[in-house]
Design a binder for this molecule. Sequence first.
Ligand SMILES: *[C@@H]1O[C@H](CO)[C@@H](O)[C@H](O)[C@H]1NC(C)=O
Ligand SMILES: *[C@@H]1O[C@H](CO)[C@@H](O)[C@H](O)[C@H]1NC(C)=O
Ligand SMILES: *[C@@H]1O[C@H](CO)[C@@H](O)[C@H](O)[C@H]1NC(C)=O
Ligand SMILES: *[C@@H]1O[C@H](CO)[C@@H](O)[C@H](O)[C@H]1NC(C)=O
Ligand SMILES: [Zn+2]
Length: 359
Amino acid sequence: MLSYVGLSLLVLLSAMEAATVERVEYDYYKYHTMPEITKWMAQVEKDNPGVVTIVEYGQTYEKRVIRLLKIGLNTGEKKKAIWMDCGIHAREWIAPAFCQYFVRQILQAHKTDPKMQEMIRNMDFYVTPVLNMDGYIYSWKDNTTRLWRKNRSPGPPDCDSYGTDLNRNFDANWGTLGVSFNCSSETYCGSQAVSEPEAQAVTYFVGSRKDDFLCFLTIHSYGQLLLVPYGHPNFTAPNYKELMEVGLGAADAIRSVHGKNYTVGTSPDVLYANSGSSRDWARFQGIPYSYTFELRDKGTFGFQLPQDQIQPTCEEAYSGALHIITYAHDKTFNGAVATAAATLWTMLLTVGVTSTTLM
Ligand SMILES: *[C@@H]1O[C@H](CO)[C@@H](O)[C@H](O)[C@H]1NC(C)=O
Ligand SMILES: *[C@@H]1O[C@H](CO)[C@@H](O)[C@H](O)[C@H]1NC(C)=O
Ligand SMILES: *[C@@H]1O[C@H](CO)[C@@H](O)[C@H](O)[C@H]1NC(C)=O
Ligand SMILES: *[C@@H]1O[C@H](CO)[C@@H](O)[C@H](O)[C@H]1NC(C)=O
Ligand SMILES: [Zn+2]
């Protein structure tokens, strides 16, 4: 028979256990389901009052609410902004993992690092951990759907397949290069520019504040590339040289973390020509520093990057993203000019990806 003391001890122990469970750290180094990520977003907002706000800015085809985390201090001043989205392609699971890591890192740095404190005073960070939520959930369904890329809208009435490639659906030379009008294709660009609700959400949200945004960073895998505008070879960004220099600086920062080589260039120069990407759309809107990150690896595991590579991949990519963001910030707020031995790096450019796998 349990004594009163014994019983109290049991109650106390189970209370302690419950409290411990409550305090279990979120594991940033495993892949998370959509419900887990949504719960994590709510927790991050709750844990960082006055700094983090959830913003709902659209709906997916299957009527899920698209949310981002807005990170910044309300200074009462008009601020500049940084955009980051992950998971526009469903199967690229390392991308949402990176967005979550990125949020944690800037929130930690904001507590200790004067530079991050300065940047969070001057700029708001808008981070969408999973843009293509329907596709992401579908890619978690079973091992036959793991490599799903597109969203989940049905095609035209005579089509027996689902999905539009959201990164071909933006209003940037839409439907001209590197796309398919076959609705069963992985690169089906949709019935018209911005036909898809997920592309509409980004277009309206970013488009309505386009003068605020300094950076537009859209995160994909795989290939270890930093892609600059434009995907169409007949168009050149007005600041192409600067985009390359800053991109090469970011690649340098990435290399210094775990020795991984990232190749920098336009899509036609280092991957394949394409049209309708969000990166190109953002640059056409006048957002100066628009980049696509293609994270690890170079094809060994491809979209199915093992979980033990999440940490190093995120660490190096954070360093690269921070290089671009810091450059954009300092140029805008300090007039500082970040020059580098960038021309040297240009000479070292190598094309690392020869496969035609879509990323
Ligand atoms: C999917 O999983 C089943 C059961 O675990 C396995 O038998 C099958 O080979 C897997 N298929 C693929 C395409 O990986
Ligand atoms: C459309 O694409 C699918 C998948 O790639 C392919 O099987 C089919 O033959 C294509 N249809 C036409 C008309 O090209
Ligand atoms: C690029 O411009 C050239 C010259 O005007 C033209 O011949 C070519 O078709 C264009 N390329 C594309 C992909 O539109
Ligand atoms: C990265 O590139 C440099 C220069 O091209 C080369 O020396 C080095 O071996 C590469 N590192 C890896 C890990 O491939
Ligand atoms: Zn992709």
